[in-house]
Ligand binder design. Sequence first.
Ligand SMILES: CC(C)(COP(=O)(O)OP(=O)(O)OC[C@H]1O[C@@H](n2cnc3c(N)ncnc32)[C@H](O)[C@@H]1OP(=O)(O)O)[C@@H](O)C(=O)NCCC(=O)NCCS
Length: 169
Amino acid sequence: MTAAQIRSATPADLPGMAVIYNDAVRHTVATFDLEPRPDDHYADRVASTRPGDHVLVAVAPGGDVLGYAFSGTYRPRAAYDGTREVSVYLAEDARGQGLGRRLYAELLRRVDADGVHTCVAVIAQPNPASEALHRAHGFEHVGTLREVGYKLGRRVDTAFWQRPHPDGR
Ligand SMILES: CC(C)(COP(=O)(O)OP(=O)(O)OC[C@H]1O[C@@H](n2cnc3c(N)ncnc32)[C@H](O)[C@@H]1OP(=O)(O)O)[C@@H](O)C(=O)NCCC(=O)NCCS
């Protein structure tokens, strides 16, 4: 797994990213989408040139997309421009090997360099791996919304985690 390359996503990565996302749609509450998305689901994010917006992929030596992480709009109102929402998804057999850590390290390096003031992560409960990953990268739990989702036969809480710019910018 250490051989995986972390780089900016390109349009050629979109189908591989969609496979990973749609597996999460079908089998987890990590996303509140209920139906699979088309291959171009992340096309607008990949095309964004706005500072603070990034999409990274982890790619196996053979070229397969193993996972991805992104930063993007938190809410589409101008006063939120210094904030980004971040997230990360790995293929099931790529989890638990440090790849999430590597993706987030590079994502947050780029977001910090762009001067983003604060990052927000919304973690549907329960998700101990995601919480451990965010905690390891300086996020803290700031609150939980109770039973805002309904998926896979149960109501789901969402925990909000937040990370300020490390230099206080
Ligand atoms: C959440 C996810 C991205 C984590 O990435 P990962 O590569 O599996 O995690 P890493 O191996 O980099 O480990 C990161 C931390 O999580 C911990 N961790 C990993 N899997 C864990 C698990 N199943 N339970 C508890 N902790 C776990 C690791 O010990 C590590 O903590 P540490 O730094 O304190 O030692 C990955 O599991 C995933 O893609 N899950 C499905 C999609 C998802 O839930 N995305 C998050 C949406 S908010």
